[in-house]
Ligand binder design. Structure first.
Ligand code: CAA
Length: 297
């Protein structure tokens, strides 16, 4: 609310002068922030990075440790759609608070559901929106990433963790099992024995063990985590968005195909890059010893 008021005052200040082109840009950004502040109740959304080319989404239900209620997941889908359609944005960072990335699906919302409601209504099916994002998403995990929280982190392309992060699939303690990829993505990330141990005991692992197991690629002091994720996201966003999307699709396809099929798929995508202006520009820039100027074509 305070953010909305600040944005509205800034808009009125700018409108009462004769705004320059740069101020008009400020005005547009302010207006978008204002719209976003009013639109979402469970997440905060902004653009970060020197060139404002990183979309930052912060899960924001502090009282429920960012439990992933239906409204939050729908808002997350909308925010992802907006960044996906924003030509300025090349990469997204998804984070929570220092205490919790997300403590799982909302147990209070699930408590009364029946089999026919979950099966018939396709419960949690729309969560997959995150996994199908074309632009890369980096999860910056501080605090608890449990159940659906761990699964949401695993839907992202890269996971960075704060030193005090805790990952777990505690659904077994609630008399259920992971329902958004925990029994599928976790063994692929850390191997069967460790994944089975986590899913069957409900025990958590810490950031250092998650890094050792390959679930997480880097660990940072909690206060530095989001900036580190944004820095990596800026680097990714500086490349051709078209080629980044092709590369992401190729890596993700490795989970679905045999090695031979995967190699074939990769080769086809590799060949397809030769149909793009950005491939030509990238190689020409190298030969001419200058930075590449990608246009996402
Ligand atoms: N759903 C709903 N509310 C939750 C929640 C969740 N997953 N996790 C925490 N909360 C709420 C608590 O109920 C509490 O609310 P009240 O103040 O209204 O009582 C508030 O958040 C703070 O939580 P705690 O008091 O429990 O905080 P803590 O620091 O003592 O413990 C915790 C933290 C260990 C994370 C503990 O909250 C916990 O165990 N949470 C549940 C974790 C869990 O089981 N996650 C899996 C959910 S099932 C799932 O995700 C299915 C799937 O695969 C999609």
């Amino acid at each position: 609310m305070a953010g909305a008021v600040r944005n509205i005052s800034k808009i009125s200040r700018l409108l009462s002068s004769s705004p320059s082109t740069q101020q008009l840009g400020d005005l547009q950004r302010c207006f978008l922030r204002c719209m976003s502040t009013g639109k979402f109740e469970n997440i905060l959304v902004e653009k970060r990075g020197e060139k404002k080319n990183v979309g930052l989404i912060q899960l924001n239900r502090p009282k429920a440790l960012n439990a992933l209620c239906d409204a939050l997941m729908k808002e997350l889908g909308t925010a992802l759609d907006e960044f996906e359609n924003d030509p300025e944005v090349g990469c997204v960072v998804l984070t929570g608070s220092e205490k919790a990335f997300a403590a799982g699906a909302d147990i209070k919302e699930m408590q009364g559901l029946t089999f026919s409601q979950t099966f018939g209504g396709g419960f949690l099916n729309h969560w997959n929106r995150l996994a199908s994002n074309k632009k890369p998403v980096i999860a910056a995990v501080n605090g608890f990433a449990l159940g659906g929280g761990c699964e949401v982190a695993m839907m992202c392309d890269i996971i960075y963790a704060g030193e005090k992060a805790k990952f777990g699939q505690p659904e077994i303690l609630l008399g259920t099992i992971p329902g958004a990829g925990g029994t599928q993505r976790l063994p692929r990330a850390i191997g069967k024995s460790k994944a089975m141990e986590m899913a069957l005991t409900g025990d958590m692992i810490n950031a250092a063990d998650a890094e050792k197991a390959g679930l997480v690629s880097k660990v940072f002091p909690p206060g530095e985590l989001v900036d580190a994720a944004v820095k990596t996201a800026e680097k990714i966003a500086s490349h051709s968005k078209l080629i980044v999307a092709m590369c992401k699709e190729s890596v993700n396809t490795s989970y679905e195909l045999t090695l031979n099929e995967g190699m074939h798929f990769e080769k086809r995508i590799f060949h397809a890059t030769f149909a793009t202006k950005d491939r030509k520009e990238g190689m020409t820039a190298f030969v001419e010893k200058r930075p590449a100027n990608f246009t996402d074509e």
